[in-house]
Design a protein around this ligand. Sequence first.
Ligand code: GLC
Length: 474
Amino acid sequence: MLPDICKDIEPNFLLCDSALEHIVTHFRRELQAGLEQRGEDVAMIPSFVPGVPDGSEQGTFLALDLGGTNLRVCEVRLLGNHKFEMKQQKYKVSDELKEGEATVLLDYIADSVDAFLTEIGSDVAPEKGEPLLLGFTFSFPVEQTAIDSGTLLTWTKGFNAKNAIGNDVVKLLNDAFERKHIHVRCSALVNDTVGTLLSRSYQHGPALIGAIFGTGTNGAYIDKTSTIKKLGEKHICELEECGEHAGEYMVINTEWGAFDNKRQCLPVSIFDAKLDRMSINPRKQAFEKMVSGMYLGEITRNILLHLIDSNVLFGGYSTDVLNEHYGFDTSFVSAVEGAKTDEDVITAITDILKVKRKYVEPRDVELVRWATKLVAHRAAFLAATAIAAVVQLTEKHRRAEDKETIDVGVDGSVAQYLPGFETNVRVALRKLLGEAGEKRITIGLAKDGSGVGAALTALQAKKAIERSKKAAAK
Ligand code: GLC
């Protein structure tokens, strides 16, 4: 039997069918508002990527990936038969870099590319005098104006570097390459969700949605360019008919992590409120803070501390790990959710939380399991509301290839390592879309979406450059 205190906590975590439906209705409304107007919470950013690849694409590209746990530099070889090869190197981004001057962060990124080229080397041979072209997966909200430019709207996920917001990210990076005399130039900018959509389509066939459930959460989807009303009719016509990246369709980066920043429908518990208040971006990324890997450990920590302080857990004893802000991460939630036996849970409690074995009673095991389950289930159910909202939003104008089945490519640590995540997403999808609706949806891991997606975007940018060179020569 769980103590009474649990009953007070549960309502904000166990979402009933009508609560889920209410959230999806709001979600659709915010997605629509973002398409109509700039400055909305859910930014709905046009990516200027006009379609998804078919798997035949070939070429070798340098790619950079910033926005997850590490900075990654990679070289991706697209083999053209839905397959690719990749060599990569990870570089740590310290908190000082994340919160210091942007130029220092970008110099570090440029240095990392240089180190990669020196230590690992590149097989790309640019034409004489030409720089090496690079695709940049930059996983933050960027208002793109073209495939190779866009201004940073805001930082998310623990980044807060100064003098970056409002600036063109590609220019900042290319300036750093120039400062350092590194003969590399960024030619394509892409969000990780867009990269995931492209990568999943390249490997598996046309996907509708690319979603990240990792350090942060976000999704991109493909739809008619004409749905992006805020672009204005003239611009939409130009994009549909001519221009470098013309097309009837366009990939849209939703930035759904900022859904319900106004807190109109999300189930905000006192633990969520505390997390938000003490974060470096209070009142922002409300949805992300309930769903993504950066925060699930912290919500759990807040719940466990509340139980300790209420003298119902671990005999009322805390530890340094439990007392520390972000003292443990989502891997604890994954360890408990994946535990086969109570002994596995005890190991997680003693190894990760550093609670002395003598303070762990059978009832504590039950309480810890209860707490992680609440947090993990709610994250998956909310993730499903985002997918359902996009599926419903695109219902009327989906491409022929998305009519029978709807494919969702996912990537990120929560999708990969949180046991039961996809199963729970499916349970909620069934509630929201009905059994037939849920069955139409396939969900698959698009591993390395960021690297492959950046390479595929760099390929599109290269083709566009070649096209405009040819046109100029005529
Ligand atoms: C954050 C970023 C978004 C990114 C997501 C997943 O929500 O704002 O751009 O796609 O994290 O990495």
